[in-house]
Ligand binder design. Structure first.
Ligand SMILES: Nc1nc2c(ncn2[C@@H]2O[C@H](COP(=O)(O)OP(=O)(O)O)[C@@H](O)[C@H]2O)c(=O)[nH]1
Ligand SMILES: [Mg+2]
Length: 234
């Protein structure tokens, strides 16, 4: 396992001279990010590796989804890039199942960016992998705007967060190629209105599949595994 700390170098800086003054201009962060995303995308293409960027709130079940997926995709070689503000908890959990795990500690930054991923990729055996899961920092706002070079963004919501997340945080639902609703084992004991949730997701995103899953009981995970398996490139 490798740890990359404080990868905060997301800004491109230009210095201009005005008489004795040197003025620093920080140019478009997203434009700079895009350049690194293209480098990553080309690498994924060259090695035919499927890359899934998982977006969600803290605690909705990203790490659980990754471990359940690893167990069910044992015929494939899987790598994981874990993004957290601090700690190596999640990487340690994943490391029990696979070797190719990198932990990125953003040191406070609320999202992963393509430059962090580019550095992390040097620590795993990309050319021999079939799938890379990227667990983004738990946050339904900032990570959405940062292209990492991935093939698909997926949005993982959960019953315990409430059914209003598509209404409050629409962008992630719009931009994701699949929407997973985790913790459906809790539907009976909550006031989560699934029909409302589905209707709101559909208004934002008419195309992407919506999958009801439980990483605790395993319910619905077959659909998710079928969805991924169809997309594997090797
Ligand atoms: N009841 C229930 N709990 C779950 C489920 N999936 C994950 N959890 C629990 O939710 C908590 C957060 O899960 P984790 O995978 O760490 O979420 P992350 O922060 O998004 O990576 C943990 O205590 C998990 O055991 C599920 O399907 N049902
Ligand atoms: Mg996690």
């Amino acid at each position: 396992m490798y740890i990359i700390k404080n990868c905060l170098s997301i800004l491109s800086k230009i210095f201009i001279k005005r008489g004795n003054l040197e003025i620093e201009i920080i140019s478009d962060v997203l434009e700079y990010n895009k350049e690194h995303a293209e480098v990553n995308r080309q690498l994924f293409k060259d090695y035919n590796v499927l890359v899934i960027n998982i977006l969600s709130s803290p605690g909705s079940g990203k790490t659980s989804l990754i471990t359940q997926s690893i167990k069910r995709l044992s015929n494939f070689k899987i790598g994981v890039i874990e993004g957290d503000i601090s700690s190596t908890y999640d990487a340690e959990k994943i490391k029990q199942y696979i070797n190719d795990v990198v932990q990125i500690n953003t040191g406070g930054t609320c999202h992963l960016n393509a430059s962090m991923i580019e550095k992390a990729l040097k620590k795993i055996d990309v050319k021999n992998l079939d799938i890379i899961f990227i667990e983004n920092v738990g946050n339904l706002i900032c990570p959405i705007g940062f292209d990492l070079g991935e093939d698909f963004k997926i949005l993982l919501s959960s019953v315990s967060e409430g059914d209003d997340k598509p209404v409050k945080y629409p962008k992630g639902f719009i931009k994701s190629s699949a929407v997973l609703l985790n913790k459906i084992d809790l539907l009976q004991v909550s006031d989560f209105n699934y029909d409302f949730f589905e209707k709101k997701v559909r208004q934002l995103n008419p195309e992407s599949p919506i999958m009801k899953i439980s990483c605790k009981t395993g319910e619905g995970l077959d659909n998710w595994i079928d969805w991924i398996t169809e997309k594997i490139k090797k």
